[in-house]
Design a protein around this ligand. Structure first.
Ligand SMILES: N[C@@H](CCC(=O)N[C@@H](CS)C(=O)NCC(=O)O)C(=O)O
Length: 231
């Protein structure tokens, strides 16, 4: 059986987890937190060379990087598709997924450590991140239809990225800028509310809430973080 390594508070871990729940694929979850190295789980680097979460264990070996895992799942378990059939539409889906990953989530993530510590990120970082996020949002507004799902049609892999990554962007932007630029995107809030009704997403969120205290205890032990800033 497939084994997913990582932890439920991680939005990236939840990408393949939500994809597998949506596709009805059986899998086991194996708990590993961040910080793999000499002080914690050095063995994990054999599975995920960057030490990042998630990592999928298959009969053939390990795969890291959430979007690569989702692409593997789509190829290996095509019965419930998360990608359209047309090559052009598949490329459009990947285009928007990449924009969400790189120009929204990854940009916001630069300010995540400061946000978790309850301090302001350096001004130069804030300015750069703000500009990247605003460009990402311009692209999102241009590419996403929010017509039912992000690209209309059926629930797809880009909805997986969006519902898991947007909350991180909102959290960090609100903490650092005092304002969530995603709040200005027309139809986004209603889209998030619609998606929140999916039992698969509810399961992912419930697991994340349960994992939170243990994850922050891990951060405290490893990095000396004072307390759970999200409480
Ligand atoms: N590009 C990676 C990002 C994964 C990632 O950054 N995961 C975080 C947890 S949410 C992590 O493992 N951080 C620890 C680190 O960067 O060393 C993916 O898509 O899987």
């Amino acid at each position: 059986m497939l084994r997913l390594h990582g932890f439920s508070t991680s939005n990236y871990y939840n990408v393949p987890k939500l994809a597998m729940l949506e596709k009805g694929i059986e899998f086991e979850e194996v708990l590993v937190y961040t910080g793999a190295g000499s002080a914690y789980r050095p063995d994990y680097l054999e599975m995920s060379p960057l030490g990042k979460v998630p990592c999928l264990q298959t009969d053939e070996g390990f795969i890291s990087e959430s979007r690569c895992i989702v692409e593997y799942l789509e190829d290996a378990y095509p019965d419930v598709p998360l990608f359209p059939k047309s090559p052009f539409q598949r490329a459009k889906l990947r285009e928007l997924s990449q924009i969400i990953d790189l120009y929204l989530e990854l940009a916001a993530r630069r300010m995540l450590p400061a946000t978790l510590m309850g301090v302001d990120a350096p001004e130069v970082v804030k300015n750069e991140v703000r500009e990247t996020i605003l460009r990402g949002i311009t692209a999102l507004r241009s590419l996403a239809s929010f017509d039912g799902f992000l690209l209309g049609g059926a629930f797809s892999a880009v909805d997986v990225s969006a519902v898991l990554h947007f909350p991180v962007v909102s959290l960090v932007a609100t903490a650092q800028f005092g304002k969530d630029p995603l709040a200005d995107v027309p139809r986004l809030e209603a889209y998030m509310e619609r998606l929140s009704e999916r039992p698969t997403l509810q399961r992912v969120r419930a697991d994340a809430a349960n994992d939170g205290p243990a994850f922050f205890a891990h951060l405290k032990k490893l990095y000396g973080l004072a307390s759970n800033p999200l409480e």
